[in-house]
Design a protein around this ligand. Sequence first.
Ligand SMILES: O=C(O)c1ccccc1N[C@@H]1O[C@H](COP(=O)(O)O)[C@@H](O)[C@H]1O
Length: 217
Amino acid sequence: MAPLIRTKFCGLSRPEDVTAAADAGAAYVGFVFFPKSPRNVSIEQAAALAVTVPVGIAKVALVVNASDAELDAIVEAVPLDMLQLHGAESVERVREVRTRYGLPVMKAVGVADADDLPALDAYAMAADQLLIDAKPPKNADLPGGNGLSFDWRLIAGKSWPVPWMLAGGLTPDNAAEAVAMTGARQLDVSSGVEASVGVKDSELMTAFAEAANGGIS
Ligand SMILES: O=C(O)c1ccccc1N[C@@H]1O[C@H](COP(=O)(O)O)[C@@H](O)[C@H]1O
């Protein structure tokens, strides 16, 4: 039976990571195109990994404030199912990217307190999916992938007119609680399933998917 909680494993960089994600029942795999990230992959690396992803698992390119030229190069070379915009892209930019590439767009929105919630409503009018992540600390090098969570009570019981995914500091130890508290049906994880920074761990990936699904009451 397919898992009830759809999991996205982000920041894959090796063929064995793709295998581990598939074995864990991933619904999505993510490739990070952001040079400052320890999970950054080249277009050539991502293209080689993408062709090994089993049919039925969505291949997502994570970009941060990418230009059209950068996106053109990625989309031309890598077979993708979705674009994840994880920077300060405006609502208008989300619309532009959707139109230009004809791919579903997931917009990441950082949440630290209740003042951040209206942005979710605004992006829900333009994006195909929302990714609700912890807001990065000021002066952080990365806008995500910092292993930090936010106060999940802020979004408990809330819904949006498009599908959404919870992210930020998720691990096998807190995935079930995250699902129970927020009602999320999709989880995105990166650093919480790593043996060391940027290196995915197959056992943690399996444990994460199992924990997420144990969270259904
Ligand atoms: O993973 C990265 O290196 C990264 C770089 C730039 C933007 C986003 C990044 N990761 C995304 O951040 C969230 C949360 O990650 P974590 O589980 O807290 O490590 C997730 O969506 C990652 O895809």
